[in-house]
Ligand binder design. Structure first.
Ligand code: ARG
Length: 462
């Protein structure tokens, strides 16, 4: 009474609503290449263990390759009645090669099949994403090298704090990105473990050689408990959480670019081709691309929350809830890739106004800490030095002048430890040059750090 592959025990056809409600082929067809790769390896393994004969295995492999070509070409017809990507492909195979096709699903279940396909798919996407990250990192580091000498105000609390170099600021972005790449490298090992052989939940009595299948599919290891293998999606959660952190970083940079490109800052101009206009205000040029990256961060956070919530109350082993993991996963991948490309495009067309940056850095009192540190080097305890310089700052504010405008005598009125050699550190150049240590903002350090970073990103790109 039911024409489903699982329909033997059913006495009536599936309700049309239920068929539409339970289907996943409309979205999980994205797994087709991974699914076919998994099936070919599985059938090779079954022929090695004698479950399939050579002819059957060859027919299955050829059939699956033809189906893949059809899907690649867009001529394959997906059928909702066949539920998901796995059954659509299996049923096409049986239509094509006859009874041998029905033997493919031996010693496995859709439960280990879908877990395998999802892992293979994600492994490929991680590799693509790593390429995009490295390209962006390399570009940022190159920009940092170009701007190793350019001075800007560094901020805390969004208040001008101390002088830094633009190169140093850009390398801060690249450092965040390097950790993002590291996180992906680390979690890839856990993605790259093979569930096949776990079957529905308890393993299989059919002779299987899991090591052979894993080798054919390039898995680094095997999920070592069948119940866990078919059910847990923690590898997706790890990916989504790393994706959320990466998006958080992109969003922070975008926030800065939005501020910097505002008229008040005037530090940077985004290229026309990476901005949009207003439908009503003819003068407007809006940073919509960075704003959208900032906005899209929210949906990636949401996907992480979805995946965590899908998993949280599931008893062992597989439950259909897990079918809901696909949409958040795919959209996380798509959003991440698009935002990395957009960010690279933005960065390739930035026009920094280094004059405006330097100008802003020099009309404040950003060298106050330098002067305090000068006194410290003359033996003044830092807390006392802070107080003395605080009084100088108060005087500067009252007279509406910069620290560099004080004469030596005027400074010495606050502390007679101040001598002529203090004056060079009262310029932005002197200030950054003095921070000449590993991780510091001195141009020499920034150049060295940028060169190291460029090398690292290039080697990742290879
Ligand atoms: N489409 C399903 C999923 O994504 C495949 C596994 C279905 N297994 C089952 N026993 N119904 O999870």
């Amino acid at each position: 009474m039911s024409d489903k592959v699982w329909g033997g025990r059913f006495s009536e056809p599936t309700d049309a609503f239920v068929e539409a409600f339970t289907e996943s082929v409309s979205f999980d067809q994205r797994l087709y290449a991974a699914d076919i790769e998994g099936s070919i390896a599985h059938s090779k393994m079954l022929s090695a263990t004698g479950v399939l004969d050579d002819e059957e295995a060859a027919a299955i492999e050829n059939g699956l390759r033809t189906i893949k070509a059809d899907i690649d070409a867009g001529t394959f017809v997906w059928d909702q009645a066949l539920e998901d990507v796995h059954m659509n492909i299996e049923s096409a195979l049986t239509r094509q090669i006859g009874d041998a096709g029905k033997k493919l699903h031996t010693g496995r279940s859709r439960n280990d099949q879908v877990a395998t396909a999802t892992r293979l798919y994600l492994r490929g996407e991680i590799d693509d994403i790593q390429g995009l990250i490295a390209a962006l990192g390399a570009h940022l580091s190159k920009l940092a090298l170009d701007h190793a000498d350019d001075i800007m105000p560094g901020f805390t609390h969004l208040q001008p704090a101390q002088c830094v170099t633009l190169g140093h600021h850009l390398l801060a972005w690249a450092a965040m990105l390097a950790r993002d790449a590291e996180r992906l490298t680390d979690l890839r090992k856990r993605v790259n473990q093979m569930p096949l052989g776990s079957a529905a939940l308890a393993g299989t009595s059919v002779p299987v050689d899991r090591n052979l299948t894993a080798k054919l599919l390039g898995f680094e290891g095997m999920c070592d408990n069948s119940l866990d293998a078919v059910s847990d999606r923690d590898f997706l959660i790890e990916f989504a959480s790393s994706a959320a952190i990466l998006m958080m970083h992109l969003s922070r940079w975008c926030e800065e670019l939005i501020l910097w490109s505002s008229e008040r800052f005037g530090f940077v101009e985004l290229a026309d081709r990476f901005t949009t206009g207003s439908s009503i205000m003819p003068q407007k040029k809006n940073p919509d691309v960075p704003e959208l990256i900032r906005g899209k961060t929210a949906r990636v956070y949401g996907h992480l929350m979805s995946l965590l919530t899908i998993m949280k109350a599931q008893p062992l082993a597989y439950n259909r809830d897990n079918q809901e993991d696909k949409m958040p996963l795919f959209d996380t991948v798509d959003t991440l890739k698009a935002c990395l490309c957009a960010m690279k495009g933005i960065c390739e067309h930035l026009k920094f106004d280094v004059e405006a940056m330097r100008e802003t850095a020099s009309h404040g009192l950003l060298e106050a800490t330098d002067l305090a540190e000068y006194l410290v080097q003359k033996g003044t305890p830092f807390r006392d030095a802070h107080h003395i310089i605080g009084a100088i700052v108060r005087e500067a504010n009252a007279r509406a002048i910069r620290l560099a405008d004080f004469s030596l005598e005027e400074l010495r009125a606050h502390s007679d430890l101040i001598e002529a050699d203090a004056l060079p550190c009262l310029t932005p150049e002197g200030s950054v040059r003095a921070r000449n240590h590993l991780g510091g903002t001195a141009p020499a350090q920034v150049k060295r750090a940028a060169e190291t970073a460029i090398e690292r990103w290039r080697s990742r790109l290879l």
